[in-house]
Design a protein around this ligand. Structure first.
Ligand code: FPP
Ligand code: MG
Ligand code: MG
Length: 439
């Protein structure tokens, strides 16, 4: 099905899968604990952009066009015993360590609304039967599951991120930490990660397991690269989110907050240009880790599951990487230009959080004196306003947009190496719309 049609609705090609996404995820995250259920499903209720699953599904559909001779194997492994078991769903576990499980509700369980059977074996409910290869729009069941997993990992990271960032709104609603407390938001994020890990393991592909595990580690590495003064934050944190009036004990460990920080004043023998270059390098590496790693590695997984040859797998990885970098650079731009109402989350937040993203780095390139403000994380009165004005006068946002367009163009080049198809056109449209998005 080659076509030169242009798609203005990338959603439509995989609308069936996309409309089932929430339901499928709900099946993966059910627990016997009602409160845990509420917190872990909270971010899925207010529909996000679902851009990650959309990419995985469209890419999977693109990969279907790869000719058989460019695959290591035809990706129908229903003859594999593990895959068969996976398709059928796992039978309920009836014994734990040799002792049979009492499925009846204990009085305690009834009192707390907890179902012990589900708690003991959360996956005792057979997994939703996955449709057979032929009738799933050409997308493999494992690739569909991949789309669900990537959204689960992303959502887990958002629950944690909003705690770390002291954020109070997301997707137009109060954040998990505000709606349920920090503690529950962190635990629900951990739970989602745990369940995502089970689902990853059930794809029965060690390479996919390794890629996902690494991308989860990468998210944390990226967050560490942009951490700042932890003590002040955690103090506010407790008061805001748990209403606990007690002050936190003084930290005993030493946290070298500036150790990995490019914004420390340059040694005298390093010239401004070199310093700025290092700052951009740091920024892009951080951006890769916190945003592009998950997109690139999950795109790679989609290609691995399709059975494609290594060069195609590498190309899919590069596509996800370039798209992910583009996506986050645009996000950093929107932080300056969007409103909370449109963005669905706090806007104009990065400078206040002490973060020097691309727009202010471009301004610094032209105005070396901004280095002091960046180094002190804009914490003096007036710093944020000075930085914002400098960004405007130095055309920091325009330059940031060009940078994002650069990565978009690279992502489009990657796409052009895939066979032409409707799904590819849809991905091209999606790639273009990432730069022009407003939220
Ligand atoms: C959003 O960035 C945050 C991320 C992309 C990653 C956050 C990762 C962690 C908190 C580490 C823990 C990870 C896991 C897997 C549980 P942002 O704050 O710039 O975006 P925002 O404006 O949407 O908040
Ligand atoms: Mg953050
Ligand atoms: Mg955040």
């Amino acid at each position: 099905p080659t076509s030169s049609k242009t798609f203005n609705d990338p959603f439509s090609i995989v609308s069936h899968e996309m409309s089932n996404l929430a339901k499928s995820i709900a099946n993966l995250i059910g627990s016997g604990h009602p409160t845990l259920n509420r917190v872990s499903s909270y971010y899925f209720e207010a529909e996000g952009k679902n851009v990650r699953p959309l990419i995985i599904l469209l890419l999977s559909k693109c990969l279907l066009e790869i000719p058989i001779e460019k695959r290591d194997r035809i990706p129908i492994d229903t003859e594999d015993v593990n895959t068969q078991a996976y398709f059928r769903g796992t039978p309920p576990q009836t014994s734990i360590a040799g002792n049979s499980v009492d499925n009846s509700m204990s009085p305690l369980a009834i009192l707390h609304g907890i179902n012990p059977k589900v708690i003991l074996d959360p996956l005792s409910k057979p997994m939703e039967d996955l449709p057979q290869f032929e009738n799933v729009n050409g997308i493999l069941p494992k690739q569909r599951r991949l789309a669900e997993i990537v959204e689960m990992v992303h959502t887990a990271s958002l629950l944690h991120d909003d705690v770390v960032d002291l954020s109070d709104s997301r997707r137009g609603r109060p954040t998990g930490n505000i709606a349920f407390t920090n503690k529950m938001a962190v635990l629900a994020g951990d739970f989602l990660l745990g369940r995502a890990s089970v689902a990853i393991a059930r794809l029965r592909n060690p390479e996919v397991v390794e890629l996902f595990s690494t991308s989860i580690a990468n998210l944390v590495e990226g967050e560490f690269m942009q951490l700042k003064n932890t003590v002040i934050n955690s103090n506010e944190d407790v008061v805001i989110n748990d209403g606990e009036k007690k002050s936190i004990p003084k930290m005993t460990g030493k946290v070298p907050t500036k150790q990995h920080d490019y914004s420390v004043k340059a040694p005298n023998d390093v010239d401004h240009e070199t310093n700025v270059r290092a700052a951009f390098e740091y920024y892009l590496h951080k951006t890769y880790l916190k945003t592009a790693a998950l997109m690139s590695k999950s795109s790679r997984c989609a290609a691995i599951l399709s059975g494609a040859h290594d060069d195609i797998i590498d190309n899919c990885y590069d596509f996800g990487r370039n798209l992910g970098l583009c996506f986050q650079i645009v996000d950093d731009m929107l932080d300056y230009t969007s409103s909370e109402k449109v963005f669905g989350k706090p806007s104009q937040a990065d400078l206040k959080l002490g973060l020097a993203t691309a727009p202010v780095l471009f301004a610094w390139k032209q105005r070396p004196e901004l280095g002091d403000l960046i180094a002190r994380k804009f914490d003096q009165p007036g710093d944020v306003e000075i930085a914002r004005k400098a960004v405007e006068e130095c055309k920091g946002l325009e330059q940031t947009k060009i940078m994002a367009e650069d990565y978009r163009n690279k992502a489009l080049e990657n796409l052009r190496k895939l066979p032409e198809s409707d799904a590819r056109s849809a991905l091209e449209f999606l790639t273009n719309s990432i730069v022009t998005r407003t939220k």
